[in-house]
Design a binder for this molecule. Structure first.
Ligand code: FE2
Length: 289
Protein backbone atom coordinates (compact mmCIF):
# COMPACT_ATOMS: atom_id res chain seq x y z
CA UNK A 1 0.00 0.00 0.00
CA UNK A 2 1.19 3.49 -0.81
CA UNK A 3 2.07 5.75 2.06
CA UNK A 4 -0.64 7.96 3.54
CA UNK A 5 -0.52 11.72 3.23
CA UNK A 6 -2.81 13.70 5.50
CA UNK A 7 -3.51 17.38 5.06
CA UNK A 8 -3.60 20.23 7.55
CA UNK A 9 -7.35 20.41 6.90
CA UNK A 10 -7.65 16.86 8.36
CA UNK A 11 -6.62 18.18 11.79
CA UNK A 12 -7.41 18.05 14.67
CA UNK A 13 -5.46 14.87 15.28
CA UNK A 14 -7.66 11.79 14.88
CA UNK A 15 -7.68 7.99 15.25
CA UNK A 16 -6.75 7.40 11.60
CA UNK A 17 -3.60 9.50 12.07
CA UNK A 18 -2.76 7.63 15.26
CA UNK A 19 -3.11 4.24 13.50
CA UNK A 20 -0.94 5.43 10.64
CA UNK A 21 1.69 6.68 13.10
CA UNK A 22 1.66 3.43 15.09
CA UNK A 23 1.86 1.23 11.97
CA UNK A 24 4.46 3.17 9.98
CA UNK A 25 6.58 5.02 12.55
CA UNK A 26 6.05 8.22 10.59
CA UNK A 27 3.16 10.55 9.86
CA UNK A 28 2.93 12.97 6.93
CA UNK A 29 0.77 16.12 7.08
CA UNK A 30 0.82 18.15 3.86
CA UNK A 31 0.45 21.95 3.78
CA UNK A 32 1.12 22.26 7.48
CA UNK A 33 3.12 25.44 6.90
CA UNK A 34 2.29 28.04 4.24
CA UNK A 35 4.67 29.05 1.45
CA UNK A 36 5.10 32.41 3.18
CA UNK A 37 6.08 30.78 6.49
CA UNK A 38 8.63 28.58 4.69
CA UNK A 39 10.08 31.53 2.76
CA UNK A 40 10.33 33.61 5.93
CA UNK A 41 12.26 30.85 7.72
CA UNK A 42 14.52 30.28 4.72
CA UNK A 43 15.32 33.99 4.49
CA UNK A 44 16.18 34.09 8.17
CA UNK A 45 18.44 31.01 7.90
CA UNK A 46 20.25 32.63 4.96
CA UNK A 47 20.54 35.89 6.90
CA UNK A 48 22.11 34.09 9.88
CA UNK A 49 24.60 32.33 7.60
CA UNK A 50 25.61 35.52 5.79
CA UNK A 51 26.32 37.23 9.10
CA UNK A 52 28.27 34.33 10.59
CA UNK A 53 31.96 34.94 11.25
CA UNK A 54 33.39 31.59 10.17
CA UNK A 55 37.06 32.42 10.71
CA UNK A 56 37.34 30.82 14.14
CA UNK A 57 34.69 28.14 13.84
CA UNK A 58 35.45 25.68 11.09
CA UNK A 59 33.34 22.72 12.14
CA UNK A 60 32.44 20.08 9.54
CA UNK A 61 29.41 17.81 9.89
CA UNK A 62 29.96 14.22 8.75
CA UNK A 63 27.80 11.31 9.90
CA UNK A 64 30.44 8.80 8.81
CA UNK A 65 32.88 10.01 11.46
CA UNK A 66 31.08 9.65 14.78
CA UNK A 67 32.96 6.83 16.46
CA UNK A 68 35.07 8.77 18.92
CA UNK A 69 35.41 12.49 18.65
CA UNK A 70 36.07 15.58 20.73
CA UNK A 71 34.33 18.56 19.24
CA UNK A 72 33.72 21.37 21.73
CA UNK A 73 32.10 23.62 19.12
CA UNK A 74 29.45 20.93 18.56
CA UNK A 75 29.22 19.88 22.24
CA UNK A 76 28.51 23.42 23.39
CA UNK A 77 25.91 24.13 20.70
CA UNK A 78 22.86 22.77 22.56
CA UNK A 79 21.91 26.20 23.88
CA UNK A 80 23.29 28.28 21.02
CA UNK A 81 23.01 29.00 17.30
CA UNK A 82 26.03 27.44 15.59
CA UNK A 83 27.08 26.66 12.03
CA UNK A 84 28.35 23.42 10.53
CA UNK A 85 29.96 23.02 7.12
CA UNK A 86 30.03 20.44 4.34
CA UNK A 87 33.20 18.41 3.77
CA UNK A 88 35.96 20.19 1.81
CA UNK A 89 34.64 23.66 2.62
CA UNK A 90 38.01 25.02 3.66
CA UNK A 91 41.34 25.47 1.91
CA UNK A 92 44.55 24.76 3.78
CA UNK A 93 44.92 28.46 4.59
CA UNK A 94 41.47 28.50 6.25
CA UNK A 95 39.68 30.34 3.46
CA UNK A 96 36.37 29.03 2.16
CA UNK A 97 36.35 27.14 -1.14
CA UNK A 98 33.15 28.93 -2.25
CA UNK A 99 30.69 31.54 -0.94
CA UNK A 100 29.55 30.58 2.55
CA UNK A 101 25.89 30.17 1.53
CA UNK A 102 26.89 27.28 -0.77
CA UNK A 103 29.01 25.46 1.82
CA UNK A 104 26.92 25.45 4.96
CA UNK A 105 25.53 22.04 5.98
CA UNK A 106 23.30 23.03 8.88
CA UNK A 107 22.59 25.45 11.72
CA UNK A 108 21.90 24.11 15.23
CA UNK A 109 20.74 23.60 17.91
CA UNK A 110 18.64 26.16 19.82
CA UNK A 111 17.20 28.54 17.24
CA UNK A 112 13.73 27.57 18.48
CA UNK A 113 14.51 29.37 21.76
CA UNK A 114 16.86 32.14 20.61
CA UNK A 115 15.90 33.58 17.23
CA UNK A 116 12.58 35.46 16.95
CA UNK A 117 11.69 34.12 13.48
CA UNK A 118 12.51 30.53 14.48
CA UNK A 119 10.68 30.95 17.80
CA UNK A 120 7.57 32.02 15.93
CA UNK A 121 7.83 29.11 13.48
CA UNK A 122 8.43 26.51 16.22
CA UNK A 123 5.81 27.36 18.81
CA UNK A 124 2.30 26.51 17.71
CA UNK A 125 -0.76 25.14 19.44
CA UNK A 126 -1.30 22.69 16.53
CA UNK A 127 2.16 21.17 17.13
CA UNK A 128 1.37 20.71 20.81
CA UNK A 129 -1.95 19.02 19.91
CA UNK A 130 -0.19 16.64 17.49
CA UNK A 131 2.50 15.76 20.07
CA UNK A 132 -0.19 14.95 22.61
CA UNK A 133 -2.09 13.00 19.93
CA UNK A 134 0.89 10.65 19.59
CA UNK A 135 0.93 10.35 23.38
CA UNK A 136 3.78 12.63 24.32
CA UNK A 137 2.02 13.98 27.39
CA UNK A 138 4.55 16.68 28.22
CA UNK A 139 6.28 17.60 24.94
CA UNK A 140 9.55 19.50 25.35
CA UNK A 141 11.61 20.84 22.47
CA UNK A 142 15.24 19.86 22.96
CA UNK A 143 16.84 20.63 19.61
CA UNK A 144 16.33 22.46 16.33
CA UNK A 145 18.32 22.15 13.11
CA UNK A 146 18.10 23.99 9.81
CA UNK A 147 19.49 21.70 7.11
CA UNK A 148 20.53 23.10 3.72
CA UNK A 149 21.28 19.95 1.72
CA UNK A 150 23.13 21.97 -0.88
CA UNK A 151 22.89 21.33 -4.63
CA UNK A 152 25.61 18.90 -5.85
CA UNK A 153 27.51 18.78 -2.53
CA UNK A 154 24.79 18.16 0.11
CA UNK A 155 26.16 15.11 1.92
CA UNK A 156 24.33 11.89 2.77
CA UNK A 157 23.12 11.19 6.30
CA UNK A 158 23.71 7.50 6.95
CA UNK A 159 21.01 5.18 8.30
CA UNK A 160 20.26 5.94 11.95
CA UNK A 161 17.57 6.18 14.60
CA UNK A 162 17.09 9.58 16.24
CA UNK A 163 16.83 8.05 19.75
CA UNK A 164 20.53 7.22 19.36
CA UNK A 165 21.34 10.92 19.66
CA UNK A 166 18.68 12.15 22.09
CA UNK A 167 17.71 9.48 24.54
CA UNK A 168 15.20 9.40 27.39
CA UNK A 169 14.41 6.52 29.76
CA UNK A 170 12.25 5.05 28.29
CA UNK A 171 12.97 6.44 24.81
CA UNK A 172 10.50 9.04 23.61
CA UNK A 173 12.16 11.33 21.08
CA UNK A 174 10.17 12.28 17.98
CA UNK A 175 11.45 14.32 15.05
CA UNK A 176 9.18 17.05 13.72
CA UNK A 177 10.66 17.47 10.23
CA UNK A 178 9.43 20.23 7.93
CA UNK A 179 10.17 20.52 4.22
CA UNK A 180 11.16 24.16 3.61
CA UNK A 181 11.62 23.21 -0.06
CA UNK A 182 10.17 20.30 -2.06
CA UNK A 183 12.00 17.07 -1.17
CA UNK A 184 12.23 14.25 -3.70
CA UNK A 185 14.51 11.39 -4.72
CA UNK A 186 16.51 13.68 -7.01
CA UNK A 187 17.48 16.24 -4.38
CA UNK A 188 18.08 13.80 -1.52
CA UNK A 189 14.80 13.24 0.33
CA UNK A 190 14.63 11.01 3.39
CA UNK A 191 14.10 7.26 3.06
CA UNK A 192 12.58 5.18 5.85
CA UNK A 193 12.14 1.56 6.92
CA UNK A 194 8.36 1.67 7.14
CA UNK A 195 7.32 -0.05 10.42
CA UNK A 196 10.98 -0.34 11.47
CA UNK A 197 10.31 1.64 14.66
CA UNK A 198 9.05 -1.63 16.20
CA UNK A 199 12.62 -2.96 16.17
CA UNK A 200 15.18 -2.24 18.92
CA UNK A 201 17.41 0.78 19.25
CA UNK A 202 20.83 -0.16 17.84
CA UNK A 203 23.20 2.50 19.13
CA UNK A 204 23.64 5.20 21.75
CA UNK A 205 25.75 8.30 21.17
CA UNK A 206 27.22 9.17 24.55
CA UNK A 207 29.15 12.07 26.02
CA UNK A 208 31.84 10.77 28.36
CA UNK A 209 34.12 13.42 29.87
CA UNK A 210 33.34 15.61 26.87
CA UNK A 211 34.36 12.92 24.40
CA UNK A 212 31.61 11.64 22.11
CA UNK A 213 31.42 7.91 21.67
CA UNK A 214 29.08 5.64 19.71
CA UNK A 215 28.07 2.54 21.68
CA UNK A 216 26.35 -0.46 20.04
CA UNK A 217 23.53 -1.81 22.21
CA UNK A 218 21.82 -4.15 19.71
CA UNK A 219 23.43 -5.80 16.70
CA UNK A 220 20.27 -6.35 14.62
CA UNK A 221 21.26 -5.04 11.18
CA UNK A 222 19.18 -2.30 9.58
CA UNK A 223 16.93 -3.49 6.75
CA UNK A 224 17.12 -1.96 3.33
CA UNK A 225 15.20 1.33 3.38
CA UNK A 226 12.66 1.16 0.59
CA UNK A 227 10.24 4.00 1.36
CA UNK A 228 11.17 7.44 -0.01
CA UNK A 229 9.44 10.26 1.85
CA UNK A 230 8.86 12.57 -1.10
CA UNK A 231 6.94 15.65 0.04
CA UNK A 232 6.14 19.17 -1.03
CA UNK A 233 7.31 22.35 0.65
CA UNK A 234 5.39 23.04 3.87
CA UNK A 235 4.85 19.37 4.72
CA UNK A 236 5.33 18.21 8.31
CA UNK A 237 6.69 14.69 8.82
CA UNK A 238 6.78 13.13 12.29
CA UNK A 239 9.54 10.54 12.70
CA UNK A 240 9.53 8.02 15.53
CA UNK A 241 12.81 7.99 17.46
CA UNK A 242 13.43 4.34 16.62
CA UNK A 243 12.52 4.60 12.91
CA UNK A 244 15.57 3.80 10.76
CA UNK A 245 15.96 6.54 8.15
CA UNK A 246 18.62 8.17 6.03
CA UNK A 247 18.98 10.68 3.23
CA UNK A 248 21.12 10.42 0.16
CA UNK A 249 23.68 12.76 -1.29
CA UNK A 250 22.06 15.62 -3.19
CA UNK A 251 23.44 15.25 -6.71
CA UNK A 252 20.85 17.55 -8.27
CA UNK A 253 21.04 21.26 -8.98
CA UNK A 254 18.30 22.03 -6.44
CA UNK A 255 18.82 22.53 -2.71
CA UNK A 256 16.61 20.66 -0.25
CA UNK A 257 16.17 22.87 2.79
CA UNK A 258 14.48 21.36 5.84
CA UNK A 259 13.90 22.33 9.46
CA UNK A 260 13.68 19.77 12.25
CA UNK A 261 12.72 19.97 15.88
CA UNK A 262 13.29 17.09 18.25
CA UNK A 263 10.77 16.62 21.00
CA UNK A 264 10.89 14.41 24.10
CA UNK A 265 8.38 13.50 26.76
CA UNK A 266 9.30 15.65 29.76
CA UNK A 267 7.79 13.03 32.08
CA UNK A 268 10.79 10.79 31.42
CA UNK A 269 14.40 10.91 32.61
CA UNK A 270 16.85 12.78 30.36
CA UNK A 271 20.23 11.15 31.14
CA UNK A 272 23.42 13.13 31.64
CA UNK A 273 25.18 11.09 28.91
CA UNK A 274 23.15 12.83 26.19
CA UNK A 275 25.47 15.10 24.23
CA UNK A 276 22.94 17.95 24.37
CA UNK A 277 22.75 19.50 27.82
CA UNK A 278 21.26 22.80 28.88
CA UNK A 279 22.33 24.96 31.84
CA UNK A 280 19.82 25.06 34.71
CA UNK A 281 18.79 28.63 33.87
CA UNK A 282 17.86 27.72 30.28
CA UNK A 283 15.58 24.66 30.54
CA UNK A 284 13.76 22.90 27.67
CA UNK A 285 10.35 24.38 26.93
CA UNK A 286 7.19 23.13 25.27
CA UNK A 287 5.45 24.23 22.07
CA UNK A 288 3.11 26.61 23.86
CA UNK A 289 4.97 27.81 26.94
FE1 FE2 B 1 17.46 11.67 11.83
Amino acid sequence: MGILHYNKSDLPFNDSMLRSWENDGFLIINNFYSDLECETLKNQANYLVKNFDYQNHQSVFNTNKQNKVKDDYFLESGDKIRFFFEENSFKENGELTNDIEFLINKIGHAMHDLDPIFINFSHKKELDDIAKGIKINNPLLVQSMYIFKQPRIGGEVICHQDSTFLYTIPDSVVGFWIAIEDANIENGCMWADRGGHKEPLRKLFKRKNNILEMETIDKTPFKELTTPLEVDKGTLILLHGRLPHYSTHNKSLKSRHAYTMHVINGEYTYPSFNWLQRPANFPFKGFIN
